[in-house]
Design a protein around this ligand. Structure first.
Ligand code: MLT
Length: 378
């Protein structure tokens, strides 16, 4: 018998529909799905080649790795991003999306989940597929500075910051309020920080663990995808602090370790070696350059579009622009965007543009917009 939950999924999946749209268009400019375009830095390519060559030798060949990830990479991630945590609180995986799905199995179907609206569609779909039925909206709108002050009681808050699709990064005060609320209710926060590397403002935090009490309530998901262009390689990590406990006192860390062992035989050793190279000194420099380039692209796009739209959000701490506009405005120019309601009902009246395309794509989008505006004036 087919799973009853499958009927509740939107068909097709949001990003699949956008990819189809790009393929059907004769001359598209793709600002739709947020896929990276810059090639991998040479230190990563060299590491991949070296490791692949070792696999072809009797002494260098290796089979299964530890299902929780190579301890050297777990240590490197802890040291680079989470000096307050230990390496065994970091779990390596093959993509944030994969873990967003698997993490649902930690929680009973009876729980109530609070979700930003609009938000990345996988959170709710993964919850539905694991039998969850009770959801609360957290309206995420310009009028509430993209975060509701009155947080409802929930068992699990699924939060993305910097936020996909609006680009808003939670302020320290907003994040602390969220953490305090979760502590008060003995709830958890699933915190997707996939865009944290775009944050430049020193007043903002890159990880909730910098704030008081976060280790008691936050599971963080993060990834090399947007950090350094691993959307094709696939490498991510999930942080599960040992201080996290369910209401009955059971350890979340122990349960997650156990659950991963059932579902996973570990991320490719080659990809993990590439992750190591990404966090070397040369890799970190490349990350810095990547971020500068994408931020610059987001800013150029925002600047070029600002004469035509009153309300453009984002582009500061994330590679997305969130514009109060109709998708048809862009469709007429062959510019592919994602309609706001694809991310939830409160996204209606908005479109999301990704600035992660190549510099040619961004320049061509800017050229078409200005050409179209000039034509409309004549
Ligand atoms: C997006 O376009 O929102 C994402 O990059 C796609 C994804 O991560 O699945």
């Amino acid at each position: 018998m087919r799973s009853r939950y499958l009927n509740q999924l939107t068909t097709p999946y949001l990003f699949g529909a956008v990819t189809d749209q790009v393929e059907r268009h004769p001359n598209p400019v793709n600002l739709g799905v947020g896929d990276v375009s810059l090639p991998l830095p040479s230190c990563i390519v060299e590491q991949l080649q070296e490791q692949a060559a070792l696999f072809g030798t009797e002494t260098g060949f290796k089979g299964y790795g530890p299902e929780h990830g190579l301890s050297s990479l777990r240590e490197k991630i802890a040291k680079t991003f989470y000096p307050m945590l230990s390496a065994d609180e970091i779990f390596i995986s093959d993509g944030a999306k994969t873990d967003i799905g698997r993490l649902q199995f930690l929680f009973d179907p009876s729980i109530t989940i609070a979700l930003q609206n609009p938000t990345y569609p996988t959170y709710k779909e993964a919850a539905i597929l694991s039998g969850k039925t009770s959801f609360i909206d957290l309206p995420t709108l310009p009028s509430n500075n993209f975060f509701p002050q009155d947080l409802p009681k929930a068992d699990l808050y699924i939060i993305c910051s910097p936020h996909n699709p609006t680009g808003h990064a939670l302020t320290r005060a907003q994040l602390q309020h969220l953490i305090d609320t979760a502590r008060q209710h003995k709830s958890f926060i699933l915190f997707d920080a996939a865009y944290a590397s775009f944050i430049q403002d020193p007043n903002l935090v890159k990880t909730p663990y910098e704030l008081e009490g976060a280790e008691e309530v936050v599971i963080e998901i993060n990834s090399f995808s947007k950090l350094i262009g691993f959307t094709g390689l696939r490498l991510s990590w999930t942080v599960v602090p040992k201080k996290l406990h369910f209401r009955d006192g059971q350890s979340v860390h122990r349960d997650w370790s156990r659950l991963v062992s059932t579902y996973y035989n570990g991320t490719s050793r080659l990809t993990q070696a590439a992750g190591h190279a990404a966090l070397s000194q040369e890799g970190l420099q490349a990350i810095h350059q990547y971020m500068q380039i994408y931020r610059q692209q987001a800013q150029s796009l925002k600047q070029a579009l600002s004469p035509y739209f009153d309300k453009i959000y984002g582009a500061e701490h994330a590679p997305y622009l969130w514009i109060a506009a109709s998708p048809s405005y862009f469709e007429r120019m062959g510019i592919i965007t994602i309609k706001g309601e694809g991310f939830g009902s409160h996204g209606q009246g908005f479109v999301r543009l990704s600035a992660l395309g190549s510099s040619y794509t961004i320049q061509e989008a800017i050229r078409r917009c200005s050409q179209f505006a000039n034509l409309s004036l004549t």
